[in-house]
Design a protein around this ligand. Structure first.
Ligand SMILES: [Mn+2]
Length: 579
């Protein structure tokens, strides 16, 4: 699902200053102090079986939902398409340019709209002992978010969360400069119960903005939400119930898509997908594997997930601190979700998705800001958690090797202190579905031609969900890995395995062109090639060799099957780097 893979979060990061460090140190000290002070309160919820008195407060939502007329725009989460022209149309287009979300439409949809019921009907029958469940602080960081998407998030939390469970909503403004987020926002929020607004004094980036919010939180559980969400009925109880049962569980809601253009809520009650990653360390979504279905006792049991998307999750505050909260060496959003996922699993926790907890999230049209700095985050994750498997990542992203990623000494010390398991354990136990490349020396990297100098195998599928079926071409070798990365395996496959699922070079019957198909458990005959000692690439099934040739149209070069000769245009070799 491209929309979900393109998952982005709101605030951006800026460069970290010495000042920020000082603030952080002070905050961490405060966190430590607060957690000591709170130990007494925390102890009660952790001991089931003791008699306890019902808490004061109500099981009803913090705020009742005001009635919204049935015929109001998008009143039940349905798609809205405004018929606009002239000035109005311009304003709508402008809002999309600015936010990558149609905020012009959002401003015309009620902040209190209802969502259609899109959970498994069994969820409705679940009973909770509200007096036993821990309380939560909902932390929402934002940077220059549009008014209506932000406010709808806040109202949605207040109008769906039981009063007895919601300690507070903490909004963290990561130094926004838009006018509507200044006085006007403070004023609007001051009229709402349980809502606190915290302002950063400078741009912190989302990781540190969230930590700022977490450090002030009074609830037992931290629930992080993105700043353009809408909560489905009953979203909170399952998360808190699970953490009540198992303090080391980090639990994500099902993230339902809200369309960036029509604001249609596209949740569905079917089985949710779980998180994975590919060897570029890009987050991916997958169907629940059979082994996990066997483990689950019912369709509404939690689903274990190797990784999380990052924006939405609940975690015991104590356990979050034990795990080392966030890696504050990360400046921007991106890659931190994989780092946290590895850390949770390798250090003894579990990462789960609860099928009964649904939260809608507006996935923007495209990332509203550059992803460049997220590279350092991925490198930090690889350096601290992946052991020798980090090489598989570097092979596919050679430029990551030279990316400055700061100091990870403390994070490695944390790993040692918590006696975390190694990455091999993670791959074998938590994510056995992920194919681990062999990357034998001399058999991966750019697949370069000898006769046509400087040209390499190149495969550029039009999009992530349209990965197979296209032709392999030859293009000038660029040494950046990615779409020019291939691996020759001991199964005689030429794998295009920077992405998930893994793809393999194949020859379609009756043609002489090379295309890319999904790899299979055992390499099918049309995917078998023998890389001979003299550099010839022999296709076993057809008995022909791969040759570099100019295309019929004359506008480029392609590898084609031809009768074997001794031509240098039929000689190939792997190279890791350009120079
Ligand atoms: Mn977002």
């Amino acid at each position: 699902m491209w929309g979900r893979a393109a998952w982005r979060r709101c605030p951006r990061g800026l460069r970290r200053g010495r000042e920020a460090l000082l603030v952080l140190v002070a905050l961490l000290a405060l966190v430590g102090l607060l957690s000591v002070l709170r130990t007494h309160r925390g102890a009660r919820a952790a001991e089931p079986g003791l008699p306890r008195t019902p808490r004061s407060g109500r099981r009803d939502p913090v705020l009742p939902r005001p009635p919204v007329p049935e015929d109001a725009l998008g009143a039940r989460g349905e798609a809205v398409r405004l018929q606009l022209e002239g000035e109005e149309l311009k304003l709508q287009e402008e809002s999309v340019r600015l936010h990558q979300i149609n905020t012009y439409l959002s401003d015309r949809i009620s902040l209190h709209r209802r969502l259609p019921e899109r959970w498994n009907p069994l969820c409705k029958e679940k009973k909770y002992d509200y007096d036993l469940l821990p309380t939560t602080s909902v932390v929402i960081a934002f940077y220059n978010e549009a008014w209506s998407t932000l406010l709808r998030t806040v109202y949605s939390v207040l109008e769906t969360s039981p009063d007895i469970l919601l300690e507070e909503v903490i909004l963290v403004d990561d130094y926004s400069d838009r006018e509507h987020l200044k006085e006007r926002l403070a004023e609007e929020l001051s009229g709402l119960p349980k809502v606190r607004l915290i302002r950063a004094n400078k741009r912190e980036g989302l990781v540190r903005a969230r930590l700022l919010g977490a450090s002030m939180a009074k609830g037992h559980v931290l629930t992080f939400l993105d700043c353009h969400c809408e909560c489905h009925e009953g979203w909170l109880e399952p998360l808190l119930q699970r953490i009540h049962e198992e303090e080391s569980a980090v639990v994500c809601p099902v993230i339902d898509v809200i369309d960036w253009n029509t604001f249609e809520y596209m949740g569905n009650s079917g089985e949710p997908q779980i998180g994975g990653f590919d060897w570029r360390l890009v987050f991916t979504w997958h169907v629940v594997p059979p082994r996990e279905r066997v483990r689950m006792r019912s369709p509404i049991d939690v689903i274990r997930s190797p990784t999380m998307a990052g924006g939405l999750f609940a975690v015991s505050k104590k356990y979050f601190e034990y795990l080392g909260s966030y890696d504050t060496g990360m400046e921007v959003w991106g890659g931190e979700n994989l780092e946290f996922s590895f850390r949770i699993w390798q250090c003894g926790g579990t990462l789960e998705i609860h099928p009964c907890s649904h939260v809608g999230h507006v996935f923007p049209k495209q990332a509203p800001y550059s992803r460049r700095k997220a590279l350092a985050n991925s490198v930090r994750a690889a350096e601290v958690w992946m052991d020798e498997y980090k090489e598989l990542y570097y092979h596919r992203n050679p430029h990551a090797r030279v990316e400055p990623y700061g100091d990870v000494t403390e994070r490695r010390q944390l790993r040692a202190k918590l006696q975390c398991k190694d990455f091999k354990w993670f791959l074998e136990t938590v994510y056995p579905e992920l194919h681990v490349p062999e990357d034998r020396p001399g058999f991966f990297g750019m697949l370069q031609n000898k006769g046509l100098k400087g040209y390499c195998f190149d495969y550029n599928p039009p999009s992530e969900q349209d990965l197979t079926g296209h032709q392999v071409i030859l293009y000038q070798c660029h040494g950046m890995g990615q779409n020019q990365f291939f691996e020759y395996t001991s199964q005689n496959e030429i794998r295009y395995n920077t992405r998930q699922p893994e793809a393999c070079v194949a020859v379609e019957a009756e043609t002489d062109a090379l295309v890319v198909h999904l790899c299979e458990e055992r390499a099918p005959e049309d995917q078998k090639f023998i890389l001979q000692e003299d550099g010839a690439l022999f296709h076993v099934q057809s008995g022909k060799c791969i040759q570099a040739e100019r295309t019929a149209a004359g506008d480029g070069f392609v590898p084609l099957l031809r009768d074997c000769t001794s031509s240098d245009h039929q000689k190939w070799f792997f190279k890791e780097r350009v120079s």
